[in-house]
Design a protein around this ligand. Sequence first.
Ligand SMILES: [Zn+2]
Length: 137
Amino acid sequence: MDFCCGMTMVASLQNVYAEGPVFIHDVPVLVCPTCNRWHVAPAVTLDFTMIAHNCAADGVREANFREFVGEDRVREILEAYPPDERVLLEKRYIPDQIDALLDLINLARAVGDSDWEEELKVRLKAITQPPAVPTAE
Ligand SMILES: [Zn+2]
């Protein structure tokens, strides 16, 4: 769940609309710099659901995530998923990701698994092409 496009996802704080509707500020989310997919950080998914639920029940339309879980908890998550080369170099993908995929494609070809080979080629294409509109999982 923390991996996407062959690498660990990166944490950041985002304002997220939850059901209710409730607008929650500064929610720790995991983002894939390669394809822009994101989801609420697994460590706080439950907190996120609870806060959204409680706000909706109380008729509150807006909340700040940090105020509910505390700065320490938020910092812990950000430190657990530090920015990687892609973020630091402002690149969508790094050569290592491509190399790893090419190795796998060679392996798929060597063992004669054409379905796997096709799947890997699709993944390679997705990484090297511009990202689609960001989607939540
Ligand atoms: Zn991705």
